[in-house]
Every structure is written in structure tokens, then in C-alpha cells.
Design a protein around this ligand. Sequence first.
Ligand SMILES: [Zn+2]
Length: 104
Amino acid sequence: MRGQGETGTLSPYLLAKVLWSTGEGIGNTAAHEVGHQFLGKSLACGMNDDTGKVDVYDGGSADGGKDPSVYTGLGPGGQPIHWSSNTGKCLFNMMLWGKPDLTK
Ligand SMILES: [Zn+2]
């Protein structure tokens, strides 16, 4: 990842950016996988790896071109990556009641 005209090592700024994005990617992917541990591949709870969902932990794409929030921590509108409401509700119920009951 070199800027145009550069031939040497990464600038401290670019190196920090690469390291930061790598950490974001690892952390946000870990959050996604923890969601699977609680909810499996539940379609009802939105953990079915839908690649059309962006800027959420429960999205299904690790393609930074389609959904950079996994690596930046921010969605297209600048909002922080988050759980979609349905999945968040399932996770809350699973932790509180031991079931992802969507009626609660
Ligand atoms: Zn997944």
C-alpha cells in the first residue's frame, strides 16, 4: 500500500492506518462470529450472512469495497457499525432469557 511516487517503506501515517484497519477488521469479525455462537445461522434473527446488509455486525460480506464498515468501523453515512435491530433484540433475549424470542 504505497502512495503514488513512493518507493520506500510505508509512511508512519499509512502504517498506522493499515494497523488500525486490521484491528477493526479482526474485532468486528469477532463480534459477528460471537453472534453466530449465540444465534447460529438464524434467518429470523438476521444471522444468515446476508451480503446486502451493510454497516452492521450481522452483515454477510467481508468485502471492504461493498461494506467498508468492517474495516473502518463506520457505515456509509458515518454511523458506527452496530447490530441491526432484529439481531440485537435476539442477542439481548438470548442473553437474558436463553432464547432468541422475537416477541419480547
Ligand atoms: Zn457469518
